[in-house]
Design a protein around this ligand. Sequence first.
Ligand code: ADP
Ligand code: MG
Length: 275
Amino acid sequence: MLSIENVSFTYESGASALEGVSLEIRDGEFLCIVGHNGSGKSTLAKMLNGLLLPTEGTVTLDGMDTSDDDKLLDIRRRVGIVFQNPDNQIVTTVVREDVAFGPENLGVPTEVMAVRVDEALRSVGMEQYADSAPHMLSGGQKQRIAIAGMLAMEPEVLVLDEATAMLDPLGRKDILSIVKKLHDEKGITVVMITQYMEEALYAERVVVMNGGKIEMEGSPREIFMRGGELRSIGLDVPAAVELRDMLKESGVADLGDAVDQEEIINGICRSLLKN
Ligand code: ADP
Ligand code: MG
C-alpha cells in the first residue's frame, strides 16, 4: 500500500541522506527500521507522509503520490508520525486539546472530534488525564498523548521515529505494548524506527539502513542470524542473541536461530540437561 520506489534525497546542505531506496510497506504489517545514527532513517520516515519529498523517485500511498499537492492532506491523515522528542509534540495546554490539534488541522470534522479524542486517549490508557496539563506529564505519558493525537486521525499507518528513545525502560515498554496492541487489535500498519535491537523482535519484518541505503531485510530471526554483518555497520544484536552466538562459538551449545529470550533460555536448559 505504501510504496517507496527508487527514492534518493539530498538536503539543501548537499548532504545525501537516501540513495536509491525501494521498499514496499504492506497493509497491516509491523515493520521495524534499524540503522546507526545518520543512516537515513528519519529522512525515510518523513518521506512516508510527504513531510519531505524525494529528490528522485516516488513515494505513493494506494497510488497517491506524495508530491501531488491535492493528495497531501489525505496522505497526512492516513499516515501519522510520532517523533523522538515528546516535548516538541505538545502544542496546547490541555491534553484533550492537544490530541485534537493535529486532526483538526488536517480537516477532521469537529462533530466527530470529541468521540475520537476520548477513544484515542482510552487506547493509550490516558483517559484520566484528558483535562490535565501536558507539561506536567512524564516523557512516556507525553508520547502516549502524541500517539493518541495520531489515533484521533484514524490513520492506516503509524510511524514511530525513535519514539521511545528518550524514555526510561518502563516508559519504553508501555509504548511498545500499546503499539503492539494497536497493530494486533486494530490492524494498524506500524513502521517502528528504533535503535534498540530488542524492539525489533516485535516486528514481522526488519529493514536495516546503512549510509542512506537498505543494507538488509528479513524477519527478525533471519536478521539476527547475521550478527557479524550487523556489528560491521555499527549495530548490535539483542543481548540474548549475543549469548546464543557466544555459546555456539565456544562450542557449548547450538541454539539454531532462536531469537527471543524465552526461546534461548529454554534452549540453554535443554542443552544443560543433555550434557
Ligand atoms: P537517522 O535518522 O538514521 O539518524 P537522518 O535521516 O536524520 O538519519 O540523516 C541522514 C543524513 O542526512 C545524515 O548525514 C544527516 O547528517 C543528514 N541530515 C539529516 N537532517 C538534515 C538536515 N535537516 N539538513 C542537512 N542534513 C541533514
Ligand atoms: Mg533519526
